[in-house]
Each structure stands twice: as C-alpha cells, then as structure tokens.
Design a binder for this molecule. Structure first.
Ligand SMILES: [Zn+2]
Length: 272
C-alpha cells in the first residue's frame, strides 16, 4: 500500500468512527486521471472542497488520509464522520476490470483492518442519493460485493483449519521465531521429542519460547507493556485458545477493536 498523506486542510474536525466503508467512482474519464493524479490532487488541496482516504486504479492503491480523519466525500455529515472513503478511478486509459479487482482487494483490507462488517460497505448513494459509484451502480455492484466477500472468507476460516506442517518436517530454513511459534503451537512435542525435532536449534528456540511465555524482554529499557503483547495474543489465537469467529475472539481477549485488528493482522501475517 502506497501512502501519500495529504494535509488536513480539506478534512473535518473530530474523529472518524470508521463504522462504514463508502465506495465512490471519480467520474473523471480523462486519460491519466489515475490514482496518482487523484492523490496529487489531494496533496495540492484547495482545488476541490473534497477529500477521501484512498484512490485506486488498475495498477495501485494510494492512501491520502489516515482512517481516523473525517474526510469530505459522502455528501452528508453522518457519512463523512462514520466512513472511510475509497475513490475508484475510471480513467479511459485504465483497465477497469483490473481496477475493480484492485478496489475489491483494498476494500477487503480496510474492512478487515477496521473490523467493519461487509454489510456496512456502502455506495456513496447510500448517504446522499448521488448516483455514485456510477458504473458499478449500473452493472457489477453485486459482483463487486461478492468478490469482497470471497476475499474476506479466506480470513474467516478458523486458524486451525489451515494446513499445518507435520512435526517431522525438517526444521532447517525456519527462523528461531517461526520455530518458537511452532513449539508454542505444540508442533514439536515436549522433552526429548522436541529436542530431536529442533536439532541444533533447540537451545535458541527454547530460549525464545521461554522469553515469550514468561513475558521477559531482551531490552529491559523498554517499558513493560500493559497486558499481553499483540504477538502473544496472536500466538494464542493461532493455538485456538480464543475460539472461532472474530467477535468471540475479541471478547475472549478482552481488547478493543483497534487492538484486535492488530492481532488479526499478525495472525494473517504468520499464516500466510
Ligand atoms: Zn462519490
């Protein structure tokens, strides 16, 4: 994800609740009216009294504002204060099919990060009645929603259903951190079995496991985090300690949505 963060000149006060994702199209069919051009437009500020969080074309997505900023894109105060805005480019020299796929990937990522349910991915039309996103409203909106659902589905599979490497798999090539994850997940058994499975890396891995499980950090100057770290919680989620489903896991971990989003991102990163 490329970032080109614009100033707050054209954004509102207060904090975006990030409860919705609003989909737009730029309605600018000019050649070259791609994501970079729209990001530059926002960086210059003042040309149009409008702002939005992301623009996406057939090659890339660019973020212009952090999610928490209240951008001016929805046409209503409620829409601006409660949603993240994505502008889909419709430039004539772009491959619109590819743009839509990139937009779906971006939308899934934002929904995931902010724990926004798919039902709250809405058209600009939902807030103000404007005919936007124009092309998707004519044709393809349902397919777009279905594609985003598909992308999110991979993420909703319980972690333990993901294929796991058998314990007998040779440990060469894996990092100490990866092997420590596996030990904590129970993949290398205990005692002599673990020693055999890890071979020459046993001592280093065991030290890492102990460090994680006791919460001791190798940098004592760092302030001790309150509660569990994201890494610890991610390990627990992967080992199934917090059940299945995001709502249940967040409740079990007793953390806020922003923290849970971080845990979720870490889990996804490790399971990739
Ligand atoms: Zn719009």
């Amino acid at each position: 994800m490329k970032q080109q963060i614009a100033s707050t000149t054209l954004t509102g006060s207060g904090t975006n609740s990030c409860r919705f994702l609003t989909i737009h199209e730029t309605a600018n069919k000019s050649r070259g009216a791609n994501a970079q051009a729209h990001a530059n437009l926002q960086s210059r500020a003042g040309i149009r009294q409008a702002s939005w969080h992301y623009q996406v074309d057939d090659r890339e997505a660019i973020q212009s504002h952090p999610h928490k900023r209240v951008c001016w894109h929805a046409g209503t105060p409620a829409g601006n204060a409660n949603s993240i805005g994505i502008e889909i480019c419709v430039n004539a020299d772009g491959d619109f099919t590819k743009t839509i796929e990139n937009a779906a990937q971006l939308a899934a990522q934002v929904l995931r990060e902010e724990n926004i349910p798919l039902e709250r991915m809405v058209q600009h039309n939902y807030w103000s009645g404007k005919n936007c996103p124009t092309f998707l409203r004519q044709k393809g909106w349902n397919a777009f929603v279905a594609r985003v659902r598909e992308l999110l589905k991979d993420d909703d599979k319980p972690a333990l259903e993901k294929p796991q490497a058998p314990a007998s798999k040779p440990s060469t090539g894996k990092t100490v951190a990866q092997l420590a994850d596996e030990v904590i997940a129970g993949k290398h058994g205990t005692g002599d079995a673990r020693r055999k499975s890890l071979g020459g890396k046993y001592t280093a891995v065991q030290a890492e496991v102990n460090r994680r499980l006791t919460g001791k950090t190798s940098k004592p100057s760092k302030p001790k985090p309150v509660g569990k770290t994201v890494a610890q919680m991610a390990t627990e989620v992967i080992t199934g300690k917090h059940g299945i489903g995001h709502a249940a896991r967040q409740k079990s971990l007793n953390i806020d949505s922003a923290t849970y989003a971080k845990v979720r991102a870490e889990v996804n990163r490790r399971l990739k």
